[in-house]
Write a protein that binds this ligand. Sequence first.
Ligand SMILES: Cc1ncc(COP(=O)(O)O)c(C=O)c1O
Length: 411
Amino acid sequence: MTAVIHHTFGPHCTPSYIRRSLGYLIKPWTWQKGENGHELQATLSRWFEGECTLFGSGRDALLAILRACNFESGSEIIIQGFTCVALPNAIHAAGYTPIFADTNSDTLNLDLENLSTQITTRTKAIICQHTFGIVADVKALRAIADKHDLLLIEDCAHIIPDVTGPKVIGKYADAIMLSFGRDKAASGILGGAAIAKNTTLVDALANEAMRTKSITHMTIGKALLYPLLYGITKPLYGIGIGKLLMSIARKLGILIPVLTTKEKQGVQQPVLSKMPNACAGLVKWQLKFFHSINNHRRTLTTYYLEHAQKNNWQIPVGISEHFPLQKFPIYVPNADEIRNTLKKYNIYLDDGWTGATVCPRSVSQESAGYILGSCPHAERIDREILTLPTHPTMTQVQAQKLAKLLSSLVG
Ligand SMILES: Cc1ncc(COP(=O)(O)O)c(C=O)c1O
């Protein structure tokens, strides 16, 4: 029986990750308080050459950065079409207006020409997102930001560089956001970080951090149970028992939803949360061998890239084998059909980044502030994209199996 191939099915939950989280789970007194947060902050401050502040999620970290910027209400913040709802939600929650610039199909990142046409006198910042780990042209973005006196915020939810790079990440930004969600570059199951470079922003972020609320014991307990739950159900998924166990867990409320119903309708809670000590401990531990996590991603990226080139698959040409991609994107006109066919083989490739310009597809595009038709390239991308996993529990054998199957399905 082969294990399920899935983007979001405990992507970081290796046996050692499960043991670590269980180690915290059985010591509830370590869940909220301890030294992990300070140590993680110190590491990230050093890595990104700024001052790091931790929050309970990436979206909270982004909201904290936006509030710390203290722009006047209604200021415009440019983000790209083909993004996560967390971005427009945080912008709205801070009292600003998201403006969507189109996406470059070669990079899945901001289209620089279209971005320039969206800048007005009300624009105050650009948020660049290194989609799936494809590194955005941050140097060019810095030049545009400087020309118009704008702040540049880097969303690094999908990539954290290790010793071998990519070195440009975080170098040109005024502020950087990290997410430690379940399927992100590094995972604490819950958590996020805001890193700022200038003292005004650093002080304002420290102020935001003072007003954070602790995540409840119940939620932390569920988060720490998540790796074990997925570890048990993953090998049983192909024979139906895993699916049954997951649906029981969902009914019992043991699984924490990635997005609440309100968030899908464009509303983010205004109260910021604290990163739990146990979750910070998991990230701190992962960062100790982060080079090998990224190397695994680089190996699978290189494998898919070579396979794609050999088979003439259409891919964003901005991909390099040096990027530790969070997932490997290809373009196919019948992406939904292929995803459905693959389910027969116990392969689930719906990662939430398809079928909508502001992802996932259950999000109200209108509430997110996206006007249908305004980012045509982003809309084509969300129809035609198919992504292949590179996460720590995706093996090379599974990648080969997937690539082989796709060869017969992709025209
Ligand atoms: C690009 C991007 N930015 C920000 C976030 C928000 O991170 P979090 O889920 O930790 O709030 C996500 C994902 O959810 C994301 O994909």
